[in-house]
Design a protein around this ligand. Structure first.
Ligand SMILES: [Fe+2]
Length: 315
């Protein structure tokens, strides 16, 4: 099961949303005051935007990164931003390749300490796995968060509900240190069934690996080996609108058979800083689409604040 750190307010929202009743009437904002468990001090009041979701991916945290090196510093910078803004997202999704290379216990211990401020601030956080993760080690380190009754045996999947869309978080980790990923038959069947059970809202699939469907940039060969089967299943369901992935360490937008493909920036590093950069992505949802905003670690980068508007039409 995915790791979840739901806030009390979100727990209420999910419960109410599940019963078909909408919490709050004005822009989906819920205000909240909380006391920091660490300091005991009252924090600034903040609002939770039930139409806003934040995506990070490819954090690649190692046990022994020096604290001032870019990889942990970038994640620390983003977590600090998210916890200090008064306008907070409904949730944060960290989409795979959490660990440096092969998912060592120390990697997850360091990762866990870096995202601890999100828990302290009661910002709901969901994690998926990538090809540089190790599922068993991940669960060993974060054992308190493991669900006693997994949704799918041996796989880390879930559904995250927001006001205008449901996010389906998949586990595409085929084998640690094997670049390609897979959905697999069991997960494909679960996804088809679960999509059918949640057809009332737009469905957004979140998976670490890129699809391989032909054409650059969606054909990186290290992507999902069963992309075509996945697309065949998803395109039969009108409410599937978008697929979000990391893995490539770049930013990009594409569309295949009516479904948007959103490639989000890596948090950790890029191969060539001349052609890409590091950062995170926010998704502001509405009834007919979403506004995506790229946020870069380098606050002067031309992509910082760059927006992309998507409409949920399937043409
Ligand atoms: Fe990856």
């Amino acid at each position: 099961m995915p790791i979840h750190f739901p806030s009390p307010g979100r727990r209420e929202f999910l419960k109410i949303a599940g019963s078909g009743v909408v919490l709050n009437t004005s822009k989906g904002l819920a205000s909240n005051n909380f006391q920091s468990p660490a300091s005991g001090k009252k924090q600034r009041p903040h609002s939770v935007d039930d139409e806003l979701v934040v995506i990070l991916n490819d954090t690649h945290i190692g046990e022994k990164h020096p604290p001032d090196s870019p990889v942990p510093s970038n994640l620390r910078f983003i977590v600090n931003k998210l916890t200090h803004q008064t306008h907070r997202p409904a949730c944060v999704i960290i989409n795979g390749d959490l660990a440096l290379k092969d998912g060592q216990p120390g990697d997850y211990q360091h990762f866990s300490s870096l995202i601890q401020p999100l828990r302290t601030a009661e910002i709901e956080t969901h994690l998926t796995l990538g090809n540089h993760d190790n599922r068993e080690v991940f669960y060993d380190v974060l054992k308190d968060e493991r669900n006693a009754v997994p949704t799918l045996q041996s796989l880390h999947v879930s559904v995250v509900k927001t006001r205008h869309a449901n996010f389906f978080l998949l586990d595409s980790l085929k084998e640690t240190m094997v670049t390609q990923g897979t959905v697999g038959r069991q997960q494909m069947n679960w996804l088809a069934r679960t999509l059918d059970e949640h057809s009332d809202k737009a469905a957004i699939i979140v998976t670490h690996h890129n699809p391989r469907l032909g054409g650059d940039p969606v054909h990186f060969p290290g992507g999902l080996i069963d992309s075509q089967e996945l697309w065949n299943m998803m395109t039969q369901r009108e409410h599937v609108k978008a697929y979000v992935h990391g893995h490539i360490h770049d930013r990009g937008f594409a569309k295949h058979r009516g479904i948007h493909i959103i490639n989000t920036l890596a948090t950790s590093y890029v191969a060539d800083p001349k052609t890409s950069t590091t950062g995170w992505t926010s998704i502001q949802l509405n009834e007919t689409g979403a506004l995506l905003t790229t946020h870069t670690i380098d606050q002067t980068h031309p992509w910082n604040g760059k927006e992309k508007k998507l409409r949920w039409n399937r043409t």
